[in-house]
Every structure is written in structure tokens, then in C-alpha cells.
Design a protein around this ligand. Structure first.
Ligand SMILES: NC(=O)c1ccc[n+]([C@@H]2O[C@H](COP(=O)([O-])OP(=O)(O)OC[C@H]3O[C@@H](n4cnc5c(N)ncnc54)[C@H](OP(=O)(O)O)[C@@H]3O)[C@@H](O)[C@H]2O)c1
Length: 280
């Protein structure tokens, strides 16, 4: 890795004493050899954070890519427990299975993927804390938690919750949940940070990028990290791995930050995460 790449790898967001690399690779929909290759390539480029989940059906390939990079000790790997596995016994079993698929020493960050209203949160958090105490996970956190759930979770968890991973990009106003995270000292991890490719072609983002030789996707990601938000863009193309990581050498002005903020609109959500009874 070049000196420049190693310098960029140092960028982290700290939450409750835990450092989260500010740019990670999202892996939803990456499968098979492509997933192994992209994971390994990303780490070679300088990524130090890889995001997977039980639901993505690629933990085995992510683990293989991390090991193939030869840089396991430097990389933070997140996986997430699926909502049908939140009862304590299921959670413990599924986390052990995740770790076996990943074939790593431990899961660096273990998240509850989506809340499940049919399982008491205290029971799930008790099992998550146990996974941490027993060394299966180094840190724990949540995903898709609302303000009310964040308040409840932080009150009852015996172990610190380091982040809430939520949909976050310029087309969606997430101010309330972001302030709740800040109030609880948690990091915000933005999923779908380029709006599933929706940043590409946006006139405002393109104009701002053009003035600096950057793309709309880079401006979009920069807007998030400049607010101290961690981003986990996904791509299946090596050249875009580089593009999405090359966001540390420019800064948006206050006026530009405000203008991008103005892109939020009602109905900007991409991922519908309302509870589905079919998950039972
Ligand atoms: N916790 C949750 O519930 C949850 C939900 C959704 C996602 N996630 C996580 O967040 C990660 C990222 O979110 P996402 O996959 O939904 O969406 P995303 O990262 O916002 O967008 C991915 C899409 O953008 C395209 N793309 C990537 N880089 C680009 C660039 N520089 N210019 C133009 N297009 C580009 C990709 O196409 P190409 O492959 O052709 O580049 C892909 O179609 C996921 O992979 C997953 O790890 C978590």
C-alpha cells in the first residue's frame, strides 16, 4: 500500500472509545468470487472497514477476502444478526455460525440488523452483550433503530452500543435520529450513502464536484464524512472502489454543505424497513 493510502486509512470516527474507519465497503448483493475479489481489492486500496450481514449470504466470501488481503489485524469487519434470530438462543447460535462462516478470530462489530417487535429488546441486548463478553464480538451496536428504540436500548444495554447503522444520504432528512445518536455518544453509519447510485447524475452534486475534479458520488460521500458520519458505499467495480475512497483531499464549504442538505425531500427513503410478519 502506498504512503498516501495508509494515511487515508487512518481516518476514523470514535464512539465510546472504539474507532470506526470512516469509509467502509458495503457488500450487500456481492456474491461468490466477485465478493472475495472486491473485499481483498478494497483492503489493498486502503479500506479498513467491511460491512456484511447474515442476510447477505456472503459472510464466507467476505472472510476469505479479508484473510487473502493479509491485513486482517487492521480491518474492522461488521456483521449483523437477522431479525428472525433475535431471541437469545437463536442469536447466540447464529452469531457462532456467522463467525464460523467468516472464519476470523472474532467479529469486530456485531449489529442487530433490524428491530423485531416480537422479541423483547432487553433479551436481545442481553444476548448481544453475552456474545461480546464471551469474545465472539469485540463491539456491539444496532441498525435501523428509531429515536425511541435508541433511547430504550441505551437505557437497558449492559454493554456500550457504538453505532446505529441507518439509511443516510442527501435525499433523506435523518436529523432526528442523528441527534439521538450524538446524544448517546454513538456513531452514525450511513448505508445506501450514494442513494443506491442515485447521487450519480444529480445536478447539484455534479456541479459542486466539477469545480474540484470530483464526481457526484464523491461529493455525496464527502458531505457525509464531513459531518462525522461513517459511510459504507457498495460497488461491484474496482475503479469505483478507488473513486469512493478518494474523498480525503478536498473540503466542501459551509454554503455547499447547506445546498446539499437542501436536496432532502419527502419520500427520499430507499429501503423500506417496516416490520414484515413474513419474517416470523
Ligand atoms: N443495515 C441495513 O439495513 C442496510 C440496508 C441497506 C444497505 N446496507 C449496507 O450498506 C451498503 C451500501 O448501501 P447500498 O448497497 O444499498 O447502496 P449504495 O452504496 O448507496 O449504492 C450502491 C449502488 O451504487 C452504484 N455505485 C457505487 N459507486 C458508484 C459511483 N462512484 N458512481 C456511480 N454509481 C456508483 C453501485 O453500482 P456498481 O456496482 O455498478 O458500481 C450500486 O448499484 C450495502 O452494500 C450494505 O452493506 C445496510
Amino acid at each position: 500500500m502506498s504512503a498516501k493510502a495508509s494515511q487515508r486509512a487512518m481516518h476514523t470516527v470514535e464512539a465510546k472509545g472504539f474507532k470506526i474507519p470512516v469509509v467502509g465497503l458495503g457488500t450487500w448483493a456481492l456474491r461468490g468470487r466477485e465478493c472475495v475479489r472486491l473485499t481483498e481489492q478494497a483492503i489493498r486500496i486502503g479500506y479498513r472497514h467491511i460491512d456484511t450481514a447474515q442476510m447477505y449470504d456472503n459472510e464466507r466470501e467476505v472472510g476469505e477476502g479479508v484473510r487473502a488481503s493479509g491485513l486482517r489485524a487492521e480491518v474492522m469487519v461488521t456483521t449483523k444478526v437477522q431479525p428472525t434470530m433475535l431471541a437469545p438462543h437463536d442469536l447466540e447460535r447464529s452469531v457462532k455460525e456467522s463467525l464460523a462462516r467468516l472464519s476470523l478470530d472474532a467479529i469486530d462489530l456485531l449489529l442487530i440488523h433490524w428491530p423485531n417487535p416480537r422479541v423483547p429488546l432487553a433479551e436481545t441486548l442481553g444476548a448481544m452483550a453475552k456474545m461480546k463478553r464471551e469474545g465472539y464480538a469485540r463491539q456491539i451496536g444496532v441498525s435501523n433503530f428509531t429515536v425511541a428504540l435508541l433511547d430504550e436500548a441505551n437505557k437497558i444495554s449492559s454493554e456500550p452500543l457504538v453505532c446505529d447503522q441507518i439509511e443516510c444520504h442527501p435525499f433523506l432528512n435523518q436529523d432526528k435520529v442523528i441527534s439521538a445518536c450524538r446524544r448517546h455518544g454513538m456513531a452514525v453509519v450511513a448505508y445506501s450513502p450514494i442513494a443506491r447510485g442515485g447521487a450519480y447524475g444529480n445536478k447539484v452534486l455534479e456541479r459542486i464536484g466539477k469545480a474540484r475534479g470530483k464526481t457526484a458520488a464523491q461529493v455525496c460521500l464527502r458531505w457525509l464524512i464531513q459531518q462525522g458520519i461513517v459511510v459504507i458505499p457498495r460497488t461491484s467495480r474496482v475503479e469505483r472502489l478507488k473513486e469512493n475512497f478518494d474523498i480525503f483531499d478536498f473540503e466542501l464549504s459551509d454554503a455547499e454543505m447547506r445546498e446539499i442538505r437542501g436536496l432532502a425531500r419527502g419520500g427520499g427513503r430507499i429501503v423500506d424497513w417496516t416490520w414484515s410478519p413474513s419474517w416470523d
